[in-house]
Design a protein around this ligand. Sequence first.
Ligand code: ADE
Length: 230
Amino acid sequence: MKIAIMGAMPEEIAPILEKLGTYRTTEYAGNSYYEASYNGVDLVVAYSKIGKVFSTLTATTMIQHFGCEKLLFSGVAGGINPTLKIGDLIVATKLSQHDLDITAFGHPMGFVPGGSVFVESDKTLIELSKEVAKELGKTVQEGVIATGDQFVHDETVKNNIVKHFNADALEMEGGSVAVVCNAMDIPFFILRAISDTADTDASFSFDEFMESSAIISAEFVMKMVDRLAK
Ligand code: ADE
């Protein structure tokens, strides 16, 4: 089995690369891809760069060029649901694009003809995450993740995203990765640890907690890989 592990920023995949020990680096379409054999499974690890376009390119490359059969995303997110505190883990049950807007033509936010407002994550991988959480004695909240090409640091923007999508967290890549995997029939799993709460202090909080939250998410994803390797 070949598994893709994606992040958006170098800090999101660094803890994963550390665990691999040795890996082979391939440059493709303007990005670096790190291939390794880990406990009997083939892994392809990469960070896409921030945003929906770069993450679409990377997810597509991992599936089409490298032949990955499952995709796990690890990274950080802004918390919307007040129950989510810095460092808490959230797994996406479904994802949307909060900045996809053709409401001028009577469509709901996040919808374009031929698509859907939400894309659901793979239920088997979510079940596996519950088992891993139980094993580790960790809480992993399930919820809706909204994705858009903006770093949200404003209560009004945040409240609008809640209004349209009832989202629990927001970030900048999950929704586009979900669209790619869904279209290509690849089971996917999006995990995020909270780095900020998308309010006026978000950029400061992000700078302070991004690295530590990225480690929390990466460590959990690697525990899932351990289970998938069994
Ligand atoms: N990723 C982490 N925090 C974020 C925020 N506030 N907005 C968008 N993406 C994020």
